[in-house]
Design a binder for this molecule. Structure first.
Ligand code: NAD
Length: 321
């Protein structure tokens, strides 16, 4: 059994490898070759922690396992540790024996950014030039770096509830040689691609903040009750998701579905576009939208990729079990 500690992940994993792993697993999910298992999430009654498991099996990637972890709200203040903590466990699907244990904290950010990068590649207009960012928290920088690789953007615009936090995004854009402008929410009308990555429970981006032909990646809503965009925007857009079942229950689509403005049958798995069984964007003035809810198979895919890299390059420790 291999162990790849959290401290080794940054030196081993690349955005390109995360992109490939996530694109492949979305394709496998849409082809019926990979499935996510029911998510377990429990308040454990200790340290106010939320703890759970997200598991799945990908037959094409021969990847079986789970991500275990959750949210410990007191970690940072009391112990100087990050509040989100997770570890991925991989098993041999032929025997059930443990194959690897992999630090999951950085991988979670990389696989979430890879999901929106994959969605931009397949759903945004090829001539997109202005990238809009809504949110400037921990995930936002990862999202921005990955998105910038997908189109020839010449400007990044950003909005955050506390505007001073936009400095981090400005630095990333300028490091890439791209100008950055802080805007108000109606200013998102300039954007060809918008990424929403907040933990909000009420919408920031409204339907009339979005220009015809825009592409929106909704990446922050992963829980019942959270919401980043107006439900009317989903009714106006052609909607795609990582997994439709999650999108309608705990993703951004939950609100449009509850209002009767959208049904599960209106949402297409992004993997179908990757596989070529759905055309994706078909018109330049069409608004396309991806509901990225985050699935366990994404974690397993990037963890399997990092284990391969760690075995080849060093960075993994082997134990006989
Ligand atoms: P963070 O706490 O570092 O940042 C939160 C961001 O949300 C900040 O920009 C903050 O200003 C903004 N925000 C909070 N409340 C708001 C409100 N009411 N209105 C507008 N903006 C508000 O969090 P993070 O780690 O960057 O994560 C952001 C979101 O992404 C969270 O909801 C998290 O659960 C989610 N997430 C999703 C996935 C996925 O796979 N889809 C993966 C990881 C994280």
């Amino acid at each position: 059994m291999w162990i790849v500690p959290e401290k080794e992940i940054a030196g081993l994993m690349t955005r390109a490898a995360a992109f490939d792993a996530v694109e492949q697993v979305f394709a496998a999910m849409a082809a019926g070759e990979a499935r996510n298992f029911a998510v377990v999430r429990e308040a454990i009654g200790h340290e106010d922690a939320l703890y759970g498991f997200k598991g799945g099996f990908d037959r094409t990637g021969s990847t079986l396992g789970l991500k275990a972890g959750g949210y410990w709200p007191n970690n940072l203040a009391r112990r100087g540790l990050i509040n989100h903590q997770s570890t991925v466990f991989l098993f041999d699907p032929d025997t059930g024996q443990p194959r690897a244990m992999v630090g999951g904290n950085l991988l979670t950010a990389l696989r979430t950014a890879a999901a929106s990068a994959v969605s931009i590649r397949h759903l945004a207009r090829a001539d997109a030039r202005v990238l809009g960012m809504i949110g400037a928290g921990h995930q936002a920088g990862f999202q921005l770096r990955a998105a910038l690789e997908q189109r020839s953007f010449d400007k990044v615009i950003g909005w955050n509830r506390s505007p001073e936090r936009l400095a981090g995004l400005r630095a990333i854009a300028e490091e890439a040689g791209i100008r950055f402008e802080a805007v108000d929410l109606p200013g998102m009308m300039q954007a060809d691609v918008v990424i929403t990555i907040t933990s909000a429970f009420s919408p920031s981006l409204m339907a009339d903040h979005v220009r015809p032909g825009a592409y929106i990646a909704c990446m922050g809503t992963d829980t019942v009750g959270k919401q980043e965009v107006e439900a009317a925007l989903l009714a106006r857009a052609t909607v795609f998701a990582d997994e439709v079942a999650q999108s309608v229950t705990l993703g951004e689509a939950q609100h449009a579905v509850a209002q009767g403005a959208l049904g599960a049958g209106d949402i297409t798995p992004l993997g179908a576009v990757i596989n070529g069984t759905h055309p994706g964007r078909v018109a330049d003035d069409q608004v396309t939208l991806f509901d990225g809810t985050g699935v366990g198979l994404q974690d397993l895919a990037v963890a399997a990729s990092v284990v391969e890299r760690a075995i080849a390059k060093g960075g993994a420790v082997k134990f006989d079990i």
